[in-house]
Design a protein around this ligand. Structure first.
Ligand code: NAD
Ligand code: UDX
Length: 474
């Protein structure tokens, strides 16, 4: 069989962009065309400042662009020229109709599939890269075949993406595994082998797993559900720590040394964020309900319930510590992205912590090293739908952490950016209102040093001492 020499990816987002840039890097003989309907995004991919920030991405894109990596809005041409097409479009939670707030919105996947069905000729391999509900590949196949003549044939594969933002390039270069699901027929197995061949340019064959389509689709949702569950579990334990005086760092360390559990994803926090965890757990929950597996649905749903609780609990703690009123108090929010090393703010816990504080009329001064100012404002507006003006009234975004902290009653660490560890907290303390509070929602700062400076320190999963020299009765 002739090898693949042209790949198209529909969707130039956080997944399509980095994934296909790495394919282009590792497979110089393959032409990689990334297409998107969003002209601004494509312009950015073709320009100096890429539309997403991801360590290592710039170098790869600039190395391959114009050689065997191309970004365009000409979706028709991409579909026509490629033997293999990734569908890497967004699959958000539905915001309307049946399953609102839980089910996956498949409208973009369907639109991409219809587009392929209209344009494609000959033999094509269609790869579902987006995270989708189990059995979505079946619907994609039906849509593809709904409108074609006899000279066209499709093989639909599932090839979910496991990269995490902030470490996407590393995750892609050295994946724990690559998962390819396909139909267990001769053409299906042939298509699986073709895609495996692409990955095996740099991934050891032992790490390229082959399954049927549904196992592959379910593995992706289950994998994210397990990871999110681990975070919710440690966050649940953090609440017990705060109520008892146990220390979450010690507890997490002890738990994590058990090889059966493992030390990763045991970092207590203000709750997980990002575009995937909540969406995928909700999707799994909805699927379980549709399958009449009520107890299973309830089990996974609790992961999201716990996460919402953690965000709210953290905000309540801030309000309680600041003498039960934050009205008109200046509060510096350090970090707005959902994790470090990304500019992505989708579903960031900072948004919800910000919302709860705005509900109490706090004045927020946000500093984030990478998040876009306009994005921060629009995220906060979205959770202020009853009173969008309050964001104009209460929020400012500042590009210097020292300016943000000046005259503030409290600093709230929402994202674990490394630079927050290296700030001059003595200088910050001197510029703040007293008593000066610091809420470490990511457990990244040197708490003993902060106490010595005079800060009141509050940390997720820990009961802190009073500052040295503190004589107040609080
Ligand atoms: P994204 O929103 O960043 O990108 C999706 C892109 O698809 C957008 O630029 C949009 O304009 C484009 N698009 C939508 N419909 C289109 C159409 N019909 N034709 C052409 N372009 C179209 O989304 P993302 O974060 O890259 O996620 C994509 C998928 O990958 C989702 O299913 C997500 O669940 C999954 N995923 C995401 C991550 C992550 O870390 N972001 C990780 C693993 C899997
Ligand atoms: C996740 C999955 O890790 C990835 O495999 C999948 O492809 C997409 O979803 P992502 O959302 O990009 O990736 O980042 P991740 O590092 O998993 O973090 C998700 C959220 O959980 C972040 O808000 C992070 O801060 C939080 N988290 C993670 C914790 O609070 N504690 C932890 O121990 C780990």
């Amino acid at each position: 069989t002739p090898r693949i020499n042209c790949i198209c990816c529909i969707g130039a987002g956080y997944v399509g962009g980095p994934t296909c840039a790495v394919i282009a890097l590792k497979c110089p003989e393959i032409q990689v065309l990334i297409v998107d309907k969003n002209q601004d995004r494509i312009n950015a991919w073709n320009g100096e400042t890429l539309p997403i920030y991801e360590p290592g991405l710039d170098e790869i894109v600039k190395h391959c662009r114009g050689r065997n990596l191309f970004f365009s809005t000409d979706i028709d041409a991409g579909i026509r020229d490629a033997q293999l097409i990734f569908i890497s479009v967004n699959t958000p939670t539905k915001t309307y109709g049946i399953g609102k707030g839980r089910a996956t919105d498949l409208q973009f996947v369907e639109a991409a599939a219809r587009h392929i069905g209209q344009i494609a000729t000959g033999k094509k391999i269609i790869v579902e890269k987006s995270t989708v509900p189990v059995k979505a590949a079946e619907s994609i196949a039906k849509i593809l075949y709904s409108n074609i003549d006899d000279n066209v044939s499709f093989e639909v594969l599932s090839n979910p993406e496991f990269l995490a933002e902030g470490t996407a390039i590393n995750d892609l270069l050295q994946p724990d595994r690559v998962l390819i699901g396909g139909s267990q027929t001769d053409p299906g197995i042939e298509a699986i082998n073709q895609l495996a061949w692409v990955y095996e340019h740099w991934v050891p064959p032992s790490k390229v797993l082959r399954t049927n389509v549904w196992s592959s689709e379910l593995s992706k949702l289950a994998s994210n559900a397990f990871l999110a569950q681990k975070v919710s579990s440690i966050n649940a334990v953090s609440a017990i720590c705060e109520a008892t005086g146990a220390d979450i760092s010690d507890v997490a360390h002890s738990i994590g040394l058990d090889k059966r559990i493992g030390s990763k994803y045991l970092q207590a926090s203000i709750g997980f964020g990002g575009s995937c965890f909540q969406k995928d757990v909700l999707s799994l929950t909805y699927i379980c309900e549709a399958l009449n597996l009520t107890e299973v649905a309830d089990y996974w749903h609790q992961v999201v319930v716990m996460n919402n609780y953690q965000k709210k609990r953290f905000a309540r703690k801030i309000i309680q510590c600041l003498f039960h009123t934050v009205s008109n108090k200046r509060i510096a929010i350090f970090g707005f992205t959902f994790k470090k090393d990304t500019a992505d703010t989708r579903e960031s816990s900072s948004i919800y912590v910000g919302k709860y504080l705005m509900d109490e009329e706090a004045r927020l001064v946000v500093y984030d090293p990478k998040a876009d100012k306009g994005q921060i404002i629009s995220d906060l507006r979205e959770v202020s739908s009853q009173d969008p003006q309050r964001v104009d009234r209460l929020v400012s975004v500042i590009n210097d952490p020292y300016d943000a902290a000046k005259d503030a009653h409290a600093i709230v660490i929402c994202t674990e950016w490394d630079e927050f560890k290296a700030l001059d907290y003595e200088k910050i303390y001197n510029s703040m209102y007293k008593p000066a509070y610091i809420f470490d929602g990511r457990i990244i700062l040197d708490h003993a040093a902060l106490l010595r400076i005079g800060f009141h320190v509050e940390v997720v999963g820990k009961v802190m001492k009073k500052p040295v020299n503190d004589l107040t009765p609080f």
